[in-house]
Design a protein around this ligand. Sequence first.
Ligand SMILES: NC(=O)C1=CN([C@@H]2O[C@H](COP(=O)(O)OP(=O)(O)OC[C@H]3O[C@@H](n4cnc5c(N)ncnc54)[C@H](OP(=O)(O)O)[C@@H]3O)[C@@H](O)[C@H]2O)[C@@H](O)CC1
Ligand SMILES: Nc1ncnc2c1ncn2[C@@H]1O[C@H](COP(=O)(O)OP(=O)(O)O)[C@@H](O)[C@H]1O
Ligand SMILES: [K+]
Length: 457
Amino acid sequence: MIPISGMPVLTAAQMRAAEDSAIAAGTSVGALMQRAGHGIADAVLRLAGPHEILILCGPGNNGGDGYVAAARLLAAGRKVRVAAAADPRSDAARVARNGWGGAVEPLATARAAPVVVDALFGTGLSRALDAGAAAALARLVAQATLSIAVDLPSGIATDTGALLGDVPAVDVTLALGAVKPAHLLQPGATRCGAVRVVPIGVETASAAHVLAAPALATPAPDSHKFTRGMVAVMKGRMAGASHLAATAAMHAGAGYVALLGPTIPGAPHALVRRRLDDAALDDARIGAVVVGPGLGRDDEARALLGRALATAHPLVIDGDALHLVTPPQLAARTAPMILTPHAGEFAALFGAPSGSKLDAARAAAQASVAVVVFKGADTVIAAPDGRATLASAGSAWLSTAGTGDVLAGAIAAMLAGGRAPFDAAGAGVWLHAEAARRAGPAFIADDLAAHMAGIFA
Ligand SMILES: NC(=O)C1=CN([C@@H]2O[C@H](COP(=O)(O)OP(=O)(O)OC[C@H]3O[C@@H](n4cnc5c(N)ncnc54)[C@H](OP(=O)(O)O)[C@@H]3O)[C@@H](O)[C@H]2O)[C@@H](O)CC1
Ligand SMILES: Nc1ncnc2c1ncn2[C@@H]1O[C@H](COP(=O)(O)OP(=O)(O)O)[C@@H](O)[C@H]1O
Ligand SMILES: [K+]
């Protein structure tokens, strides 16, 4: 059982191709199923204690994995029962079923057990479970004290995280061979519980990965404020939003943060307030400009955005600026850009997303030639070259006003600090999520910035 941080993320087709390569290189499907089933059984042995285990087996290879696991758990001396709604339909699953040898209860009337293992459907799910199977699964998961899904909770579309029907949430999902998009994309992700990878000896490479903790170094002994990175925040109509972004950039490690525009009282004294003029904006030491938080959407805002776009500085474009900016304006720029839309801003700039959130973020990054941070409860970061990272579910307490401004500031600090745009976006998202975790419940966006500082300790 391997934690998923930093692991490759494969779609169902990519996983099938990886398995096919292993098969072409001489490993049989049966051998892969044995590895999968043994890995599951070993994980269940560690998680389930001495309690009785009920394994629900479907007609495909996911069910096959379940039969193999059942046989191994029985051989290990555990009390284990199996339930199924249909006979195996693949050769490998039939062999696995014969290897179990014990009784198979009808799924609909299966008696509950303290530990239930869902091996009904995995990456081959093609439609919603029929009503009887869905009801039995819901009942058995509800009555168990520990529920474990094999590869994916049955009823979730592997590539999008969409629910094809009602899907009960399990405690643990054992992803076979690699993480799949549904383990991270909502609403599927919340049905998965804790996700761990069970290796099956298949080579898995992907341009998409689970977001991992960045290396956060303390400043080098010879650092000075400008080597740590200078961030300029364009002050908009709502000063609070710009202040949140600027404060976050400071706490995320930027050495010098300037707020460009008319000053208001109450911001930290360390925040440098500068009049927005060409000299301030052309300062060659600026490593990142944040434009958008609290900008407004009127002509004045449009003009401010135009000034930011006209610079040669790397930009973090957030909030209102995502409603104002046009694709030709983005195309005209050559300096790096990071766009940080939530779902509404994404739709305003790129149109309604199609396919999975991962597909949508990638298409947007390609179209805009910018790094796109598609925010939400399942943040996806995509680069124009096809690389992507998917964040694990973070604190839902982030759903409070101003946290997006904090994220924009954190990303700008990472960018000004010298990270490449894609890495800066990932580091900012990670820092933001970790700060939220540390902040606990019911924090406000102002608290979040301060919590970022502690992470560097
Ligand atoms: N490939 C490999 O080498 C390895 C794969 N491994 C494992 O295999 C899993 C993928 O296996 P899989 O492709 O057999 O798909 P799986 O999810 O078991 O179900 C497909 C079956 O169910 C059927 N069906 C679909 N939806 C349905 C519904 N709602 N209600 C009723 N029936 C439905 C569908 O038939 P259909 O009706 O769609 O034609 C088909 O018969 C993967 O997640 C991993 O656990 C590991 O063992 C390692 C080696
Ligand atoms: N339910 C949630 N779970 C995890 N993160 C969330 C959730 N809701 C929002 N977030 C995060 O909080 C931030 C909100 O940003 P945004 O919507 O731009 O807010 P605002 O405009 O008020 O600053 C984003 O980083 C987003 O990913
Ligand atoms: K399953």
